[in-house]
Write a protein that binds this ligand. Structure first.
Ligand SMILES: Nc1ncnc2c1ncn2[C@@H]1O[C@H](COP(=O)(O)OP(=O)(O)OP(=O)(O)O)[C@@H](O)[C@H]1O
Length: 255
């Protein structure tokens, strides 16, 4: 990696345990700003745990302990004075299965803004429209903003929850297998969206799909059994991996 590389999130000697199980082992990873970084590796290798380490979501699980640092713009998010609610606004997250609230399309996108105290209807309208436009959903839903979000298709629901996350203007967007529950057309739309989002956000995506990692990401990190085996520009990982383990994984020999 170039030593001059810019850093949005720096993971430094970070380890994580669930009960007595070491799930992440001394991870060192740099996430550059306004790029898409993909986390790949076999099931159970720790991808989601590493993603959740970036906005302290693991600590919602019982009996979880960590060591080391995750620096966001140089500040360790694990220091005791961190405002965790504010951190999770700065570092938003979207999960595998679309999880809109059983509220209207509009209220889903406005939800976090209202929680933050936004009361002006005009501002809310502008921000809801802007977030829905950014995810390419505005033309599809503008006439049904007050319908229940659960009436949207699964693909539309996933773009809606991405809109809900970006309405809060996060700096980093964590996507945990965001397209795995979607049909091929919706997957393509979400992939195109991810590619566009990096202009405004730093994106980290967990995916099982090698083609997807190759299509959407600029950098790829390969994990195996809680260790970071290697990370590099996506093109390098897929054409000249440094490690035999990476090569075996991306060519389908295991995982
Ligand atoms: N809440 C939890 N409590 C206890 N162990 C957990 C918890 N969540 C994950 N683990 C364990 O941590 C390890 C890493 O899990 P993680 O979900 O991060 O892997 P992953 O690479 O994302 O897997 P997958 O690709 O199957 O989603 C696994 O052994 C898993 O069983």
């Amino acid at each position: 990696m170039p030593t001059t590389m810019q850093t949005k999130v720096a993971i430094r000697d970070f380890s994580l345990w669930f009960q007595h199980q070491l799930v992440l082992d001394s991870i060192e990873l740099t996430i550059p700003p306004n790029q898409v970084t993909a986390l790949i590796g076999p099931s159970g290798c720790g991808k989601s745990s590493l993603l959740r380490a970036m906005n302290r979501m693991n600590e919602l699980m019982i009996d979880c302990r960590n060591q080391g640092q995750v620096l966001l713009d140089g500040q360790n998010i694990y220091q005791p004075e961190t405002d965790v609610a504010r951190l999770r606004c700065r570092v938003g997250m979207v999960f595998q299965k679309p999880n809109p609230f059983p509220k209207s399309v509009y209220d889903n996108v406005a939800f976090g803004l209202r929680l933050q105290g936004e009361r002006s209807r005009r501002h809310l309208d502008e921000q809801v429209e802007s977030a829905l436009k950014q995810v390419g959903l505005w033309s599809e839903v503008k006439s049904r903003l007050h319908q229940n979000a659960l009436t949207l298709s699964t693909g539309q629901q996933q773009r809606l929850v991405i809109a809900r996350a970006i309405a809060l203007q996060p700096e980093v967007l964590l996507l945990d297998e965001p397209a795995s529950a979607l049909d091929p057309i919706s997957t393509l739309k979400v992939e195109e969206l991810i590619y566009e989002l990096k202009a405004a956000y730093t994106v980290v995506i967990v995916t099982h799909n090698m083609q997807q990692a190759a299509r959407v990401s600029d950098y790829t990190a390969f994990l195996n059994q809680g260790r970071l085996v290697e990370w590099a520009a996506t093109h390098t990982i897929f054409t000249q991996p440094a490690s035999q383990q990476t090569e075996d994984y991306i060519t389908g020999r295991f995982g």
